[in-house]
Design a protein around this ligand. Structure first.
Ligand code: PLP
Length: 412
């Protein structure tokens, strides 16, 4: 009978919108309720999912530094408060700090699971230590890179206890080179984020690498979650072209990806391991995971970022808001400053991402080197000098700071 048909997943999910959870999360909730043959339980399930998110709690235990409540109360932008960091609100027992942010990030990039550590280097170190202890890991010689701050792939491999098997040459590595290298526990592919190899070059794609049989771990670096950028109404900006993304790398057959929280992801300093649930669980269970775990500050900030992606609210992520601001808007702000000469200039993503890529931008130029004067302002202003002129690029300036910038530039 038509009247007995369960509601569609989408209709049910939409009816749950008042919970404030992002639609994809509500779709999962609705699906679970329908699968359990109990569509009527969906609102309770959604309320439960909303309540399980990181948030403030009242600590009436009398334990000032309660581990399950995030130890000391945290004061960031809000009042000092305890949180449900390691508290399971259902049972009142100790829970896991990893069971909220990881699943949200996994949902946003189509991974089965994800675990969060302190930074991208830690993510790679943990994955290698957990998945290939004392075992052979193949890496192309073209990917034995240094990221900066002493992060060198051969060193990370050595400290993880895995055995580096170098494959191919600096500029050309083929699938046959991986075959010659023999059996490995893991094939590692590293995105050379901060430089470009051009000319007579060849490398092996993830799709080809997986045909060899060993699990493929890809350090994509920057934390672009999805090359299709569903969170941007206008789609992917042209400057993103060629940047490896978590979703597509996993779709190509990689077992795991690792990436940073504070590059193109736009979150706090953190590292993420995402992919196959069994391998993520092995990483999370390794003793190093405890040494590399993030605090509630980072997890709370990363949860906000993950929710913004799932809600498709790029303006809630400053990186995307600034990166996608139309140049005409920047130019009109530059005109409105009323000081110096309005100039077209070029921004870069920086932070070891997208080398050589420039984003058209606008700002103002003043004669001479004014860097020291600007740094002495309160708050300090950091600009750059080009051809004897001081350039202030408005792409990275919060519009709320335009008045301060204008006043500082008008100083003689
Ligand atoms: C940036 C980067 C890292 C290091 O990440 P951190 O979060 O800075 O530790 C590792 N691998 C690649 C490919 C990177 O681009």
């Amino acid at each position: 009978m038509a009247a007995d048909r369960p509601p569609s997943v989408d209709t049910l999910a939409r009816s749950l919108a008042p919970t404030g959870l992002p639609h994809p999360v509500l779709v999962d909730v609705a699906r679970e309720a329908i699968a359990a043959g109990d569509a009527a339980s969906a609102p309770a399930r959604a309320a439960e999912a909303a309540r399980r998110l990181l948030g403030p709690v009242v600590n009436a235990t009398g334990v000032l530094l309660h581990t399950n409540l995030g130890r000391a109360p945290l004061a960031v932008h809000a009042e000092a408060a305890y949180s449900n960091l390691e508290l399971d609100l259902d049972t009142g027992q100790r829970g896991s700090r990893q069971d909220r942010v990881g699943p949200l990030l996994a949902r946003a990039c189509g991974a089965e699971a994800a675990v969060v550590v302190n930074n991208g280097a830690a993510a790679l170190l943990l994955a290698l230590a957990a998945l290939a202890p004392g075992q052979r890991v193949s890496v192309s010689r073209g990917e034995l890179i240094e990221i900066g701050g002493g992060f060198r792939i051969p060193d990370v491999l050595a400290s993880s206890g895995a055995e580096l098997v170098e494959v191919g040459t600096t500029n050309r590595t083929r699938l046959a080179d991986y075959r010659t290298a023999g059996e490995v526990a893991l094939a590692l592919k590293v995105h050379p984020s901060n430089y470009r190899l051009t000319g007579f070059t060849e490398s092996v794609s993830v799709r080809d690498l997986v045909t060899l049989g060993a699990p493929v771990l890809v350090d994509i670096g920057s934390g672009l979650l999805d090359a299709a950028t569903p969170w941007l109404p206008a789609g992917p900006p042209p400057w993103l072209h060629g940047e490896p993304a978590a979703r597509q790398t996993l779709d190509d057959g990689a077992s795991l990806v690792t990436f940073s929280g504070d590059k193109l992801l736009g979150g706090p300093q953190a590292g993420v391991i995402a992919g196959r649930a069994d391998l993520v669980a092995t990483c999370a269970a390794h003793p190093l995971a405890r040494a590399l775990r993030p605090g509630s500050l980072v997890l709370g900030a990363l949860q906000d970022v993950a929710l913004a992606y799932l809600r498709r609210e790029p303006d809630a992520i400053p990186f995307w808001r600034m990166a996608t601001a139309p140049v005409e808007l920047l130019r009109s702000r530059a005109i409105a400053l009323g000081v110096g000469a309005v100039v077209d200039c070029a921004s870069v993503t920086g932070g070891g991402t997208l080398p050589g890529v420039e984003l058209a931008s606008a700002g103002v130029a003043l004669d001479g080197d004014r860097l020291a004067t600007l740094r002495a302002c309160d708050p300090p202003i950091i600009a750059r000098v080009e051809d004897g002129r001081t350039i202030c690029d408005l792409r990275t300036v919060d519009p709320a700071d335009d008045a301060h910038l204008a006043a500082a530039l008008k100083e003689p």
